[in-house]
Design a protein around this ligand. Structure first.
Ligand SMILES: C[S@@+](CC[C@H](N)C(=O)[O-])C[C@H]1O[C@@H](n2cnc3c(N)ncnc32)[C@H](O)[C@@H]1O
Length: 205
């Protein structure tokens, strides 16, 4: 448990939306940004969220939302408390994603373990927010035009929703809206940089 600007938090969750990232099929590790539908952005988010120098953040989770391609959407959950066999580089992380994409998409909400600490399920961000609600994880949309730190409740597990290079739309979230949006400043940053800033804030000063 850490004491930060937001009080004590047990777990950190990061939901990253890949609007064009393919949910099934092949992934060319040499073209993650192009035919991979910006899978490079998602892999960097996993790297920033879970890895420290010589270790893994066991209190952190990442849920990648693969919304592109022809098949049903898929979510891949990297669980920091049980993750193994992944090196902290984009290619290693993307290699694991590539392997998961060959599997059939499990039904929504049914997370199937692919390998230690990497699980996958169907569904989209609306299902993630529902599942977070069941776990007591408070959703916060990251948005440069959002609110400030005082809007974020203290001493609860926090789930941050981060988009890729495309804005999060009403179509993404449907009728479920996260109660709070948080800005980390007026300048639009890259998603993985936002994650690093959040860890800094949550680790405590
Ligand atoms: C590369 S940015 C996306 C920029 C894109 N033009 C947009 O309108 O969403 C990726 C994501 O990082 C988060 N983000 C970027 N800058 C931010 C900021 N200053 N405050 C809060 N979140 C930010 C948002 O979730 C954003 O969707």
């Amino acid at each position: 448990m850490t004491s930060s600007v937001w009080g004590d938090h047990l777990e950190r969750w990061f939901a990253v939306i890949g609007h064009r990232a393919p949910s099934s099929g092949t992934l060319n590790l040499n073209d993650l940004a192009g035919s991979g539908g910006r899978m490079d952005v998602l892999a960097r988010a996993v790297n920033s969220a879970l890895f420290v120098s010589h270790g893994i953040r066991e209190d952190s989770h990442v849920l990648l939302h693969l919304m592109g391609g022809d098949g049903p959407s898929r979510r891949i959950w990297f669980n920091g408390s049980s993750l193994g066999g992944v090196r902290p580089d984009e290619r290693s992380i993307s290699g694991q994603i590539k392997a998961v994409l060959k599997e059939a998409v499990p039904p929504r909400g049914q997370f199937r373990e692919y390998t230690s600490g990497i699980l996958h399920s169907g569904g989209d961000i609306r299902h993630t927010i529902e599942e977070w609600s069941d776990r007591g994880v408070y959703p916060v949309i990251l948005d440069a035009d959002g609110g400030d730190f005082s809007d974020v409740p203290p001493s609860v597990d926090l789930g941050f929703i981060i988009s890729d290079d495309r804005p999060l739309t009403k179509q993404d979230t449907g009728s479920i809206q996260a109660p709070v949006s948080l800005s980390l400043g007026d300048r639009w940053l890259q998603g993985h940089s936002c994650i690093a800033i959040l860890h800094y804030l949550l680790d405590g000063l």
